[in-house]
Write a protein that binds this ligand. Structure first.
Ligand code: FAD
Length: 424
């Protein structure tokens, strides 16, 4: 194993960069594993890593139908924050932010976590009151949060549209510890760290069936042959937008999850323009923007408002986000859009996730990340690993179970009721 350090860069530089090892092995599937994680996105890879690192688990495989990090992990707008308020979400996302703060050291891989501040623009007194409640709750529960008046906002972000906006800006709610990270690097960092602990990450290996023996999973069928699970073996699903498909393979009927398309956009590189993440949402608009380290303006908006498995962009969404962009940052009017793309989101009926047991004794579910699972990935892996290792949920994730819909105790953070398409 090569430990990345200033010394290893220096040494390899002298050797003409010829001695770097592969960051992870290209593992071949074995006939049997004790633990199988389906999906090498952020949540699957983080789970495998924490299973090995925190719980000493061994004989683990992560099965990925494409390439690791090729799903939503590599398609998101990389915003990391913990400005959630509801019991359940609050401690979970705060724990996640704390893990982010040390993640590069933990993984010995630079995930480029940049705590550049997350600024939510406020346009009405009602929005300011709601933000005051939320950000005070955050402060009272050990996080950071601030309300800025217009002067403070103008000093920090001088070039927003303060003069003739359709929705005048009256201030902002700010979390300074929030920011962005490099999404690919997070996937690669978890993959490398998990591989070093003996986890087999098997790409181009699609799970096509789940074989049951009464109330247990006994094997998974894959495009590279069947893989058996031992008597004490366990299977974890971490397949984001494909969750309903895997759930159906296990013969478990319907889940309260819908799959919707979310798109992201990047412009040509610009000189430094925006130091923070800025969020704009009022009167039907929903828009968030930051500037990447390469200079591109990275932004996104709403879901497409209908169910889809299509992982591709489309033009109506371009118009929507371009309107939002020019309405709050008119200086972007002549900037060229370089690329846009889409990912399939696992939307739940209350906007909150599942990290829970399932009706099958050795099958575990990690899903329902809506459009917020990037920031959640360290804590999601941490608690999903804990659940799989100990076969009981830690108190922090006790409410992230399927039973909350049966018992009527939804964690309705989005205030959108049982309707994913209203989550915008
Ligand atoms: C455009 C966009 C913008 C976003 N912006 C943000 C943001 O700013 N902040 C934030 O917190 N979140 C954001 N998200 C959400 C976040 O990216 C996701 O919630 C999160 O990545 C989902 O978890 P994951 O990484 O494990 O999923 P994925 O990366 O999708 O991983 C699931 C994996 O499972 C694999 N898989 C599926 N079916 C099978 C099968 N049958 N067999 C084997 N493998 C299978 C897939 O190929 C995929 O690699 C955004 C998402 C999108 C699409």
């Amino acid at each position: 194993m090569t430990r990345y350090s200033a010394w290893s860069i220096f040494k390899n530089g002298l050797a003409g960069q010829r001695n770097w090892r592969r960051a992870w092995r290209d593992a071949e599937p074995r006939a049997h594993y004790d633990i199988i994680i389906v999906g090498a996105g952020l949540h699957g890879l983080a789970t495998a890593y924490y299973l090995a690192a925190n719980h000493g688990a061994a004989n683990i495989a992560v099965l990925e139908k494409g390439w690791l990090g090729g799903g939503n992990a590599g398609r998101n707008t990389t915003i990391v924050r913990s400005n959630y308020m509801m019991p359940g979400n609050r401690p979970f996302y705060e724990h996640s932010l704390k893990l982010w703060e040390n993640l590069s050291h933990e993984l010995n891989y630079n995930v480029m976590f940049s705590q550049r501040a997350h600024i939510t623009l406020l346009h009405t007194p009602a929005a300011r009151d709601a933000a005051a409640r939320r950000y005070n709750t955050m402060r009272l529960t050990g996080s950071d949060g601030e309300l800025w008046d217009l002067d403070a906002l103008k000093r920090a972000v001088p070039h927003l549209n303060y003069d003739n906006a359709r929705f005048p800006i009256i201030g902002a709610a700010v979390q300074r510890r929030a920011g962005t990270a490099r999404h690919d690097a997070v996937a690669w960092g978890y993959a490398r760290a998990a591989d070093q602990l003996g986890v087999d990450i098997i790409q181009n290996c699609e799970v096509t069936g789940i074989t049951r023996d009464a109330n247990r999973v006994s094997a998974v069928q894959t495009s590279r042959g069947p893989i058996r699970i031992g008597n004490a073996g366990k299977v974890g699903l971490a397949v984001a937008g494909n969750t309903s498909r895997l759930w159906a393979m296990a013969g478990l009927g319907k889940l309260p999850v819908e799959t919707h398309l979310l798109q992201a956009f990047v412009t040509e590189p610009l000189k430094p323009l925006l130091d923070q993440v800025v969020v704009f949402g009022v009167g039907g608009a929903h828009f968030y923007i930051s500037q990447s380290d390469k200079g591109g303006m990275v932004f996104g908006g709403d879901l497409d408002w209908y169910k889809s498995y299509a992982q591709r962009g489309n033009l109506p969404a371009v118009q929507d986000v371009a309107e939002c962009a020019t309405s709050i940052l008119p200086c972007l009017g002549r900037v060229r859009l370089l690329r846009h793309w889409g990912g399939v989101m696992d939307m739940t009926m209350d906007g909150s996730p599942f990290i829970c047991k399932t009706p099958l004794a050795n099958l575990y579910l990690n899903a329902g990340w809506n459009y917020g699972g990037f920031k959640a990935s360290p804590a999601s892996g941490w608690y999903f690993a804990d659940l799989m290792a100990n076969d009981r949920p830690a108190p922090v994730i006790a409410d992230f179970d399927l039973g909350r819909f049966r018992h009527g105790v939804n964690i309705d953070e989005r205030g959108a009721g049982p309707d994913p398409k209203l989550h915008g």
